[in-house]
Write a protein that binds this ligand. Structure first.
Ligand SMILES: Nc1ncnc2c1ncn2[C@@H]1O[C@H](COP(=O)(O)OP(=O)(O)O)[C@@H](O)[C@H]1O
Ligand SMILES: CC(C)(COP(=O)(O)O)[C@@H](O)C(=O)NCCC(=O)O
Length: 304
């Protein structure tokens, strides 16, 4: 990790400029209502300075966009600033993405932020089955990368109403005929395990469209625990919903269901982490490292 500056929380906290208002107690209460899991200590000491840093990158991006338009004698187009969030399955990407969206709204009230997850660009289960790659869900070949790149091109062109397909963890599949609509926001957060990947068969990558990238990291045993905990929570909430994919696990004892989830982790998500996700870590602008209870213990900022 030679090309990163490494900071503990106490040092990183000091980078929040003293002339900016710190987040207030009332806002932290609102945040608690929005998400009662995330540590407020992490919010004030890690995420607030990070959001400030990203807002500086956004300002310099906008300046560069304007300079390019001036150079070309073209009318400036508002191309959204894209923040990519990567990391293992169940490391906390979507939780962090939603938190960042909340904090952008707080610190940058005049900027509109939207959020998508690349899960929506997974091939539907039917196609994964036809291709014989259902057991490779989440691996590079399980995503329709052409559709994802096409989506990013339209977003960057400043087009309104760009459609993004949606994925449901409950249905365990892409939802047919339902889309998120991305409407030329100032900031688009793109969250997904593949946002830093360089698939061999592509010559243009998600990271070519990403203006700031974050990788969420943790010890692999902790991530496995978080995956199993999330699985148990999702199974619990499916108990009265036979349509839910996870409903089938309610028929097994807790131990049996847990053993099946562990098998999924060991045969699919862990090999995917080791072969295709972790090797992309050092390309991120910032690595957030978490310890037990998801508490952040180190922040790495890429030097070059
Ligand atoms: N900062 C956090 N504090 C507490 N729990 C968290 C935090 N981040 C994620 N989790 C929990 O960890 C599990 C995985 O998080 P999730 O955001 O779904 O991960 P991902 O999107 O990377 O798959 C979920 O059960 C979630 O509630
Ligand atoms: C849809 C996913 C590829 C992406 O996961 P996420 O990062 O959203 O947790 C993953 O949740 C998944 O379904 N993996 C395949 C193996 C499994 O966990 O069932």
């Amino acid at each position: 990790m030679d090309n990163f500056y490494a900071y503990d929380k106490a040092t990183w906290e000091q980078f929040y400029p003293t002339n900016l208002n710190p987040i207030t107690l009332a806002d932290l209460e609102n945040l608690k209502a929005f998400n009662d899991k995330v540590s407020l200590d992490d919010v004030t000491k890690v995420y607030m300075p990070l959001v400030h840093l990203i807002s500086e990158a956004l300002a310099s991006y906008r300046q560069w966009q304007d300079k390019k338009s001036d150079f070309l004698h073209r009318k400036p187009v508002k191309a959204p600033f894209i923040v990519g969030i990567s990391g293992s399955v169940a490391v906390g990407k979507s939780t962090t993405a939603r938190l960042l969206q909340y904090l952008f709204a707080y610190l940058l009230p005049n900027r509109k932020t939207q959020l998508i997850t690349t899960d929506g660009f997974l091939y539907p289960t039917k196609i994964l089955e036809e291709k014989g790659i259902l057991a490779r869900k989440g691996f590079p070949e399980s995503y329709d990368m052409t559709a994802l790149i096409d989506f990013l091109v339209k977003v960057k062109e400043g087009q309104p109403k760009v459609k993004a397909p949606l994925y449901s963890h409950q249905v365990y599949d892409v939802i047919p005929d339902q889309f998120a609509e991305i409407n030329n926001p100032d900031i688009l957060i793109v969250e997904g395990i593949n946002t830093l990947q360089i698939p061999a068969e592509q010559n243009i990558y998600v990271s070519d469209f990403t203006d700031f990238s974050i990788y969420i990291d943790a010890d692999v045993n902790l991530i496995e625990d978080w995956f199993l905990n999330r699985f148990q929570q999702l199974v619990k909430t499916s108990a009265n919903d036979p349509e839910n994919y996870l409903y089938r696990y309610t028929k097994y004892s807790d131990e049996e269901a847990l053993a099946m989830a562990r098998h999924t982790w060991e045969t699919i998500n862990l090999p995917n982490l080791n072969e295709f996700i972790l090797p992309t870590r050092d390309r991120a602008n910032v690595i957030i490292h978490k310890g037990p209870q998801h508490r952040i213990d180190q922040i790495y900022l890429r030097k070059y």
